[in-house]
Write a protein that binds this ligand. Structure first.
Ligand code: GDD
Ligand code: MN
Length: 350
């Protein structure tokens, strides 16, 4: 049996046509449609319930807008099919290709993705900006997560999988991108991408917001095998901003001497980085005396800065490198030293 999970939020104008088209496409197959509605004010759930008289539709109502990913998972949990399809309600995903996806699934592909980015697939009606966002988001995913690199459209919201894939898997649903979660944590053999044309949304509005985009990047960071490194880098970048900001304040607002202002600014950035590493980068590795770690972090940071300075001088004066290149090499080396010492010594796993 095939279960089709359709998360909805304010899709009253789309849900009827969607269900009619699904039923037409799947004629002769054993299937159910599971609508997971987050208490849409427009009455989507009521309409879906009415349709359940005529079609094999099951409606799950949740008390409020709890998010797309959790809606999908709830639908999967309450479905009975051996295979599951996840698709949007807004008719941007054509149900007509489900039989073809099913064919691949039955031929041994545990995960079949409806893809905009394999040959034959396309996107219609998107502005240049919307297209660029989608492309960049896909690129970032591939950069941060090796497991999705072989997939052309890891952000697709339209896919089919064998339910076994999720057996005993701990998912951490967040935001919009449930497929990436599945690609990283699921137990599957074989992935196939079937091309489709992502249609223009004719009715209602997209629920994708800036908040979802930020959420998306944070989600990728937690799924990435390079989590700690990425966090460490981000904290380093924030430290630089603090460093310069404090310096500006002390120099130009409080009119302190550079020699004093500079020292205080450096200390401020070290403390900033320490706090963020405690609270975020190495949060799980705290324990014992925080003061001890604060002192250790000052030591490793000083060492890193010293090494950075020495490398830069040696490259410039002894080996004749250009000034910026010497300095940059020093920065890189300093970063590596600081990262290794922080993760193995200051916040060591025990
Ligand atoms: N239950 C529930 N709760 N459903 C939701 C929620 C929610 O909080 N937010 C959105 N939905 C439903 C919508 O009603 C729709 O059926 C589907 O999820 C997709 O929402 P859209 O707002 O249409 O998203 P989109 O078109 O911008 O994004 C789609 O395409 C992307 C590809 O670029 C989604 O499929 C994304 O997952 C996909 O990455
Ligand atoms: Mn949509």
């Amino acid at each position: 049996m095939l279960s089709i999970i359709v998360p909805t939020y304010n899709e009253r104008d789309n849900v009827e046509e969607l269900i009619r088209r699904i039923s037409k496409s799947l004629r002769g197959l054993d299937y159910e449609v599971v609508v997971v509605d987050d208490n849409s004010p427009d009455g989507t759930a009521e309409l879906a319930e009415k349709l359940s008289g005529e079609f094999p539709v099951k409606v799950i109502r949740r008390p409020g807008k709890l998010g797309l990913a959790t809606a999908v998972l709830e639908g999967v949990r309450k479905s009975v099919g051996e295979y599951v399809v996840v698709m949007d309600a807004d008719l941007q995903h054509p149900p007509e290709i489900i039989p073809k996806m099913y064919e691949y699934a039955l031929n041994g592909y545990d995960l079949v993705i409806a893809s905009r980015y394999v040959s034959g697939g396309s996107v219609s009606g998107w502005s240049f900006v919307r297209k660029s966002i989608s492309r960049s988001a896909t690129l970032i995913a591939k950069l941060l997560i090796p497991k999705v690199r072989s997939v052309k459209d890891p952000l697709s919201g339209f896919f089919m999988f064998r339910k076994e894939v999720l057996k005993d898997v701990n998912l951490n649903p967040r935001g919009f991108k449930i497929l990436i979660e599945l690609l990283v944590r699921g137990n599957y053999v074989g992935v196939y991408e079937v091309p489709y044309k992502f249609n223009v949304r004719s009715k209602g509005k997209s629920k994708l917001s800036i908040k979802e985009l930020v959420n998306y990047v944070l989600h990728l960071i937690t799924l990435s095998p390079y989590t700690t490194l990425i966090k460490f880098l981000s904290v380093g970048a924030s430290g630089t901003v603090v460093n310069l900001g404090v310096l500006y304040l002390l120099r130009y607002v409080l009119d302190l001497k550079h020699v004093v202002a500079s020292a205080i600014a450096i200390e401020a950035s070290v403390i900033n980085n320490y706090l963020l590493h405690e609270q975020w980068t190495f949060r799980e590795r705290r324990g014992g005396n925080w003061l001890y770690r604060l002192i250790k972090f000052h030591m490793t940071t000083s060492l890193a800065i010293t090494m950075q300075y020495m490398t830069s001088q040696i490259l410039y004066y002894w080996l004749g490198f250009e000034s910026l290149i010497s300095q940059l090499t020093g920065i890189l080396l300093g970063f590596i030293i600081n990262y290794l010492l922080s993760s193995r010594y200051v916040w060591s796993r025990r």
